[in-house]
Design a protein around this ligand. Sequence first.
Ligand code: ADX
Length: 219
Amino acid sequence: MLMGQRKSENITRVEHRISTEDRAARNKHKGGVLWFTGLSGAGKSTLAFALEEELFRRGYHVYVLDGDNVRYGLNADLGFSHEDRTENIRRVGEVAALFARAGVICISAFISPYLKDRALARNAAGDKFYEVYVEADVATCEMRDPKGLYRKARAGEIADFTGISAPYEAPENPDITIDTRVQSIEGGIGTLIEFVAGTLGSGDAPMRQRVRQGQSTEI
Ligand code: ADX
């Protein structure tokens, strides 16, 4: 496993001819990573896919990387040991950073339980990284138990289950906190949309507004 070390020698970086600014100008927004972290059942995927839909509708270039999905493909070789989770987050952190550099808003929804691993993911994306703490305590997540995994973990059928038999290190200074114990999905999405518009730009919303006002037929 790589664990952040570079094995190759005789490699040289090459420069793109399209600047970050060029991409942002065409897309009408900047690229970035919205890094969702929180327990299983806290609402990361629900919020991530609802936000993706709403941003897409508003003209943003947006894509969700989701823990369960990525573990079917890119990270199919990884389980849930500390070492495998670290490698999971390392790879996804790099992929999310690539999306951001390509000008896309990448929403990543992974438990990402370790502070150190999230710090590395932030490092990969640089100033384009925003940590979103999707907060709900174990008791709440266990009560929701949408996939029945907490029940299985309590019954000893799943080892190293986050919040039960494996740790979760909450963010110390997240850019945004969505407390899903008190906030509705719509409320959370509202907060996130406002944040995105303020930090990454407004997408092609102004054009859509003109369309709505009947001043243009283009879309
Ligand atoms: S992470 O810890 O490496 O970031 P990731 O977000 O990719 O985890 O995957 C978490 C998902 O895998 C959970 O939503 C749950 O559906 C499933 N899962 C299966 N086994 C475990 C486990 N032992 N701990 C946590 N989640 C698990």
